[in-house]
Design a binder for this molecule. Structure first.
Ligand SMILES: NC(=O)c1ccc[n+]([C@@H]2O[C@H](COP(=O)([O-])OP(=O)(O)OC[C@H]3O[C@@H](n4cnc5c(N)ncnc54)[C@H](O)[C@@H]3O)[C@@H](O)[C@H]2O)c1
Length: 272
């Protein structure tokens, strides 16, 4: 338990962010849950240990407002989970420039501004920790996902560099690199309880790339974020922790070993 410790979580209306808020609040953290989507933050209303704030993480003014709220509520911060992110596929020829800038704004500028806003509050408490959500696409590239992938690679550069810059202050910074996780960003919102054969084809395609042969539940990412900001990870700094069921372990030339009877729909069996 982490009674009385204060944490900021961004992207808190989404799958991984919400699971992180719920897990941390249940374990005694005081949580400031931040997201762009004020309506989707309604889940936090009346929840013990959780307060919500609507912010655009790509805005410097909103990050200042978020920090002021954490200061007013908690008098500082013990941890920040900078987790907000958006997807964005498109070829190098076709991705609209405005969309490219939006991806940079949320996925890259957002965490930089978040660190800048959180640091003075972490310094007040001492021994703070930051966890930034990158991706398996932060350690490997993917066709028509270059914009998303480059932002997620850059976050690992940010984490490694800042670990060397602020470590002396007792503040740790690490990245989580999730694999396919059942959330809206992955097209899986509202898919809980849907029978396997009715899930979208990409669910089955990606599942086959994961040695564990399944997608992650959001709480399996929340537990890694909790670890990274907890004293259990007190000597972990500047690390990119890949939690992907083993997906990026391979050369990419051969599929991982699967059961003899893969559970994906008939149309995908033809492509296999
Ligand atoms: N789900 C996956 O398979 C997967 C895999 C790798 C990495 N990730 C990363 O995990 C993180 C969380 O994503 P998720 O899977 O929970 O997706 P999600 O779409 O469910 O949640 C993302 C949240 O970020 C919020 N957000 C978007 N733009 C924002 C902005 N400008 N300001 C504030 N909040 C904003 C959204 O409103 C949403 O609630 C993201 O950084 C994502 O890139 C997810």
């Amino acid at each position: 338990m982490s009674e009385g410790k204060a944490v900021l979580v961004t992207g808190a209306a989404g799958g991984i962010g919400r699971a992180t808020c719920e897990r941390l609040a249940a374990n005694g953290w005081q949580v400031l849950a931040a997201d762009y989507d004020a309506g989707k933050l309604a889940w936090a209303e009346g929840k013990a240990n959780i307060s919500a704030i609507a912010v655009d993480v790509s805005s410097e003014a909103d990050n200042a407002r978020m920090a002021a709220e954490a200061q007013a509520r908690f008098g500082g911060l013990d941890a920040a989970a900078l987790n907000a992110g958006i997807g964005g596929g498109g070829s190098i020829d076709d991705l609209p420039f405005a969309e490219f800038q939006r991806i940079l704004g949320v996925n890259l500028v957002g965490p930089v501004l978040g660190v800048r806003a959180a640091l003075p509050l972490l310094r007040k408490r001492g021994n703070g920790a930051i966890a930034i959500t990158s991706s398996t696409m932060g350690v490997a590239g993917d066709s028509e996902n270059w914009a998303y992938s480059m932002t997620k690679h850059a976050l690992i550069g940010l984490v490694r560099s800042l670990a060397r810059e602020i470590g002396w202050e007792g503040i740790r910074i690490n990245a989580l690199c999730p694999g396919p996780t059942k959330t809206a960003i992955a097209g899986m919102e509202g898919m809980d309880g849907v029978v396997e054969d009715n899930l979208p084809p990409h669910y089955h395609v990606l599942k086959r790339q994961v040695p564990l042969q399944r997608w992650a539940d959001p709480d399996e990412m929340a537990s890694v974020i909790e670890f990274l900001i907890s004293p259990a990870a007190s000597y972990v700094n500047g690390h990119a922790l890949v939690a992907d069921g083993g997906a990026v372990t391979g050369s990419g030339l051969m599929a991982p070993k699967a059961s003899a009877a893969p559970t994906y729909p008939a149309d995908l069996k033809e492509q296999a």
